[in-house]
Design a binder for this molecule. Structure first.
Ligand code: DLL
Length: 433
């Protein structure tokens, strides 16, 4: 049976006193074990004993991916290597990968927050969980695996890829919950159609999707094509992997943050000033209970906002809005700031458009030129040229109307945009800066 953990329903004061105790212990530990932290805190003129309230968090320096890169691979670890039992890494698009490490206690913590996430999706013992996140250095595979096992569910360690076989396993093993990126879930929907298997023939009840931004309209596509409830899960390797925040099955809005373990802030990405609840900015996390790689005020580059309204599920954990995008994915098109997920949202609201697209950015003089490549449905593609022309105009007009940007649109054949088994590549940047 599904039950809500006590730690998730504490009154704010109870939760905050736990957070403060954990924060104080954390700051003591990093100051005395991690040289780069000690140097930063000394430079900022702050000592561990200065952390007396949660508000004192703001006096601590930020940490960024560069700090991890500069100390590659293990320079920020707080535990001796003989206590580190696992390494993961995030690929990143440029430069060195970011390496993260876990002690045994960290692996247990990760399994427990992941189990809490899956519990929010209504996954319990007796569920058949097909884990189609990639196994390997990526945290999705093993993170989902340990969480589902901790819950007592049955795990199929499918990993990403081989979609045909995935569908057969779903049918033969009676998969009830699918873990994958949202874009891979859509590939599986295509594979189901190819195999002539409808969602009605499967036992799928819920999808737990994350690792990449996806709009609300994309969620509807996934739910429609796969016939289940699709929920959003968020996390990043540096903080632990998947398991930082999760939507619960009782609401359509916002992801509960595991804030007893990961203390969240929203800050202005330019001024770095903390922002009040409700305002949009960059998510920053402090890991309260991690051993091998504790991070203080880690800048995620992910854009969201937080709100405290009560949730029908009874959890008092703060919620964050679905991620809008990353500060480094933001396109600036003739002065207008746009995230790929906003373009996606508009596209997915238009009939005849398939949930597969790519945004190509080129430069004409000093101006960014954006071309949106969109797959259209089989029936529209084989229709008259005029129908295609009208659809093209409609897409351009809606993007202009809703996002305020002018872009080119190229309608392409069904299944011509490259599919991914993990995170989809939505933006192709052809600018040579
Ligand atoms: O993607 C961890 C993960 C695995 C999360 C499986 C959810 C499910 P990284 O590879 O380190 O870790 O990438 C982290 O992915 O900073 C976000 O930009 C993005 N991301 C993760 N989840 C979401 C989500 C994993 N639900 C980076 N919505 C993060 C939007 C997401 N973006």
């Amino acid at each position: 049976m599904m039950r809500v953990e006590e730690i998730e329903t504490l009154p704010r004061s109870g939760l905050e006193s736990i957070q403060l105790k954990r924060l104080q212990a954390l700051v003591q530990r990093v100051y005395h074990t991690i040289a780069p932290y000690r140097a930063k805190m000394d430079a900022a003129g702050i000592k561990p004993d200065d952390i007396r309230t949660l508000a004192d968090l703001r006096r601590l320096p930020y940490t960024s991916k560069d700090d991890l890169r500069d100390t590659y691979p293990f320079g920020m670890f707080a535990s001796p290597m003989d206590e580190v039992i696992r390494i993961h890494a995030s690929s990143g698009t440029t430069g060195k990968p970011t390496v993260v490490g876990y002690t045994r206690a960290d692996i247990d913590l990760w399994a427990s927050v992941m189990a809490r996430c899956l519990n929010m999706a209504g996954v319990t013992r007796g569920d058949m969980v097909q884990n189609a996140y990639g196994y390997g250095l990526f945290t999705g595979g093993l993170g989902g695996h340990y969480g589902a096992e901790a819950l007592g569910a049955t795990v199929i360690p499918a990993s990403g890829g081989n979609s045909k076989r995935q569908i057969i396993m779903m049918r033969d093993f009676g998969t009830t919950a699918l873990l994958s990126t949202p874009s891979y879930a859509l590939n599986l929907a295509d594979a189901m159609a190819d195999a002539g298997i409808g969602p009605g023939e499967l036992k799928l009840r819920v999808g737990v999707h994350g690792a990449e931004p996806w709009s609300i309209n994309m969620r509807e596509e996934v739910e429609r094509k796969l016939g289940y409830r699709a929920l959003d899960i968020y996390g990043l390797s540096e903080i632990i992997g998947p398991g930082v925040a999760m939507e619960c099955i009782k609401t359509d809005r916002g992801l509960h943050i595991m804030e007893d373990c990961f203390l969240p802030e929203i800050v202005d990405p330019d001024t770095l000033e903390p922002l009040p609840y409700g305002e949009t900015g960059e998510l920053v996390f402090t890991t309260l209970t991690k051993e091998a790689l504790p991070l203080i005020r880690y800048r995620t580059k992910d854009i969201s906002r937080m709100f405290l309204e009560p949730c029908p599920c009874g959890r008092t954990l703060i919620r964050m809005e679905k991620i809008m995008g990353r500060t480094d994915d933001m396109l600036i098109i003739r002065g207008v700031n746009v995230f790929p997920s906003q373009v996606e949202h508009v596209l997915m609201g238009i009939d005849g458009v398939e949930p597969h697209y790519q945004i190509e950015v080129t430069r004409d003089g000093s101006l960014d030129v954006v071309t949106v490549l969109v797959e259209v449905s089989e029936s529209i593609f084989s229709d008259e040229i005029k129908v295609l022309e009208n659809l093209n105009k409609k897409i351009q007009a809606e993007i202009k109307d809703i996002l305020g940007i002018t872009c080119k649109v190229k309608l392409v054949e069904p299944r011509s945009i490259q599919r991914s088994e993990g995170k989809a590549q939505r933006v192709i940047d052809r600018r040579t800066l």
